[in-house]
Design a protein around this ligand. Structure first.
Ligand code: SAH
Length: 362
């Protein structure tokens, strides 16, 4: 494509590398887990999905325990989070009969893994490939490490202009970064952009913004809430966060198209703004550590460890460390929730809506 029609912007490159039906990453690679390219929180410990299950039950009850609602997950990976979530939520009377599980998943390979994991769970489970495929009614949606795979654009400061970064070919046919003709208006840049040096990068993610707007609009009209967890920053800023992961290591995003996972960090301020513009109520952005600790991570770890041998106890403390310590996932990962105004009014005591733990990020 590049040889024939010239350099392509990052969103096209990401979309092709991740989702090409024949050669795309998600069509071919065993992405997640110790044998895959990256490990996610649900794969580290069952406690992660269980605490999210407690969150979903709290929201459902705050909504008045509707007798039918959509429990959706975007980008469910191996289905582990949903399996753990359901195990924690199922004992709550009425929950199983009320919940219609809908998994939003683009990759046929992943759908097979999710079917294997959730087959026989006793719930009505169905798949769709976008928000459009969800049935009507109140909704509770969760998404862990989903927003980071949605395509983003980069703009590079060159003189007074911020020009779009594209992918082109050098004289040897190798993929390289080039600057395209499109530019970003200064009004869309964070303050202090004039102080940034030449070569500074600013990222926008129109596809992510559009997805959030669609989700928030759906939540406003039918009632409900969403919990979004991902790596990123609470305030908009400058910097190149385009990254590739292969076999648990960072790789160069341009060297192995289709063989490495491509993602970028989430600008949570931009996500919050997109949701707020539709009339949704948005929580503060807090860290994964703050969220999990406020949801009872230590208590859950304690009860999970009861009666277990030393090795199993050690494994549980290690999982707590990986999920919540600042050196691991605790601070880089952020949590943000949104809800329709009526539901949000009843979630004031639930993290991340709840009043700030003392070390809230900003
Ligand atoms: N939430 C899981 C998996 C994260 S990986 C976990 O925490 O382990 C990202 C997931 O999103 C994968 O299942 C991938 O196939 C899916 N995905 C990526 N882009 C998507 C898109 N545009 N639409 C639907 N699913 C997508």
């Amino acid at each position: 494509m590049i040889r024939i029609s010239g350099p392509i912007p990052l969103p096209s490159y990401m979309q092709l590398c991740l989702h090409d039906p024949a050669q795309g990453y998600y069509a071919n690679r065993n992405a997640i887990g110790t044998a895959g390219d990256f490990i996610t929180a649900p794969e580290i410990s069952q406690m992660f999905g269980e605490l999210i299950g407690v969150w979903c039950v709290s929201v459902w009850q705050a909504m008045g325990s509707p007798s039918s609602f959509v429990l959706a997950e975007a980008g469910p990976g191996k289905g582990t989070l949903m399996a753990d979530l359901l195990r924690a939520a199922t004992p709550v009377p009425g929950f199983r009969d009320a919940a219609k599980i809908r998994l939003i998943e683009a990759s046929p390979l992943m759908i097979e893994q999710q079917k294997g994991r959730l087959g026989g769970c006793g719930y009505d489970v169905q798949w769709c490939n976008s928000l459009d495929g969800l049935p009507g009614g109140p909704i509770i949606l969760v998404a862990n490490e989903f927003l980071d795979c949605l395509p983003m654009r980069q703009f590079v400061k060159s003189g007074d202009i911020w020009r779009e970064r594209c992918i082109g070919l050098d004289d040897h046919g190798k993929l390289v970064n080039v600057l395209g003709a499109a530019a970003l208006e200064a009004t869309r840049l964070p303050d202090l952009h004039e102080a940034e040096p030449d070569g500074a990068v600013f990222e926008t993610a129109p596809a992510r913004q559009a997805w959030i707007e669609q989700l928030a609009t759906r939540i406003n009209t039918e009632g409900g809430a969403a919990l979004l967890i991902d790596y990123g920053h609470a305030a908009s800023g400058f910097g190149d966060t385009f990254q590739a992961m292969r076999s648990q290591k960072y790789a160069e995003p341009l060297t192995e198209p289709g063989n490495a996972d491509l993602t970028s960090h989430i600008d949570f301020a931009a996500v919050a703004e997109a949701a707020q513009n539709t009339g949704s109520v948005v929580s503060p952005t807090i860290t994964q550590a703050q969220f999990l600790l406020a949801m009872g991570l230590m208590e859950r770890a304690g009860s999970l460890g009861e009666g277990k041998d030393d090795a199993q106890q050690r494994e549980i403390s290690l999982a707590v460390e990986r999920l919540a310590s600042p050196e691991a996932m605790g601070e880089l990962f952020k949590v943000l929730a949104l809800a329709d105004p009526s539901t949000a009014g009843k979630l004031a005591g639930l993290p991340p809506f709840a009043p700030a733990p003392s070390t809230r990020s900003n």
